[in-house]
Design a protein around this ligand. Structure first.
Ligand code: PSU
Ligand code: MN
Length: 302
């Protein structure tokens, strides 16, 4: 087994069998600008503590897989340039070569499972990109949800994606896509969408029970909990959609490809909304962290 480097806080929580919530680091290094990325990472960690669980932000630093970062490490990562973006394909090589990288949803799930952490909060997962029929650009996050038994709490998939195709692929892969507290799927910055959710649950206890039952059935793979952004803070689909289309055509014009696509679009949408997309993104990540803390507690109590 690989050596895991636990922060003192996470080490103590594991020993005490206290509820723990994993957090990804790509959102810090590639998803938000400095200093909001650092402020958000700290707020999200504190939200989880305030809800009675322990945060474990996951990242690779100098070839070590860290489960939980100290505040100094977190601040360092938020300001570092040239941090790699690590998905399933990149994780082992970064570790074996002594590199430093931030983990995506896929890589964070792998690390969380290795550490025995069952729930993970993020903004929104990656998925099928618009124009995927030409580009074949489908995030490894989807395959990871089919493989790795971690509950991922997000505000759905990022709305820059082709959401209907993303939901179809998850259905094909046998991933439970569960809307929290409503009948339709949220769309990241927007609290609702026209897409009916395949499954719905209304409490952390129900989610913990579904997780336990899937395990009892011997099914591999995770759960995706789609938690809507609070209505007061949303950007309605009618407002954000033209902006997403503009950002996509800018990406096309500039020949942005592969791993750069998601960070480029998020930063372009930030500019086009004059920062409003980031404000909403921060609200929804914090909202997801609080729900994940509740789920972690329900899992510990079960
Ligand atoms: N959610 C956010 N901001 C982000 C991401 C998710 O609110 O930056 C990151 C996640 O790490 C996700 C990744 O796994 O984007 C997806 O990238 P790709 O499409 O290249 O797989
Ligand atoms: Mn991709």
């Amino acid at each position: 087994m690989i050596d895991l480097h636990f922060s003192p806080e996470v080490q103590a929580a594991l020993q005490a069998k206290a509820p723990i919530v994993a957090l990804e680091s790509t959102i810090i290094t590639h998803g938000m600008p400095f200093p909001q990325n650092m402020e958000t990472a700290r707020l999200v960690e504190q939200d989880i503590r305030d809800c009675g669980a322990v945060p474990a932000t996951i990242a690779v630093m100098d070839g070590r897989l860290h489960i939980g970062l100290t505040d100094t490490q977190l601040a360092g990562l938020a300001q570092a340039g040239n941090v790699q973006k690590l998905s399933r394909a990149d994780l082992a090589l970064c570790l074996s070569s002594g590199g430093t990288g931030a983990t995506t949803v896929a890589a964070t799930m792998i690390a969380a499972k290795a550490a025995g952490i069952r729930v993970f909060a993020t903004g929104g997962i990656g998925g099928v990109h618009r124009g995927a029929d030409q580009s074949f650009d489908i995030s490894a996050d989807l395959q990871e949800l089919a493989e790795t038994e971690v509950i991922v709490v997000g505000a759905g998939a990022k709305a820059i994606l082709d959401l209907p195709k993303t939901w179809e692929v998850l259905e094909t892969l046998g991933v439970p896509v569960i809307a929290y507290g409503q009948d339709n799927l949220p769309a990241f910055w927007s609290s609702s969408s026209a897409h009916k959710a395949p499954l719905r649950l209304d409490s952390p206890e129900q989610i913990a029970a579904a997780y336990a039952m899937r395990k009892a059935l011997g099914l591999k793979g995770g759960h995706l909990i789609c938690n809507p952004i609070p209505k007061a803070d949303e950007i309605p689909e009618t407002e954000i959609n033209p902006i997403i289309r503009q950002a996509l055509s800018d990406a096309e014009a500039q020949g942005i490809r592969g791993k750069e696509v998601t960070p480029f679009l998020l930063s372009r949408i930030y500019d086009l909304t004059k920062g409003r997309s980031l404000t909403a993104n921060i609200v929804l990540v914090r909202n997801n962290a609080r729900l994940a803390a509740g789920i972690a507690q329900a899992l510990s109590a079960a």
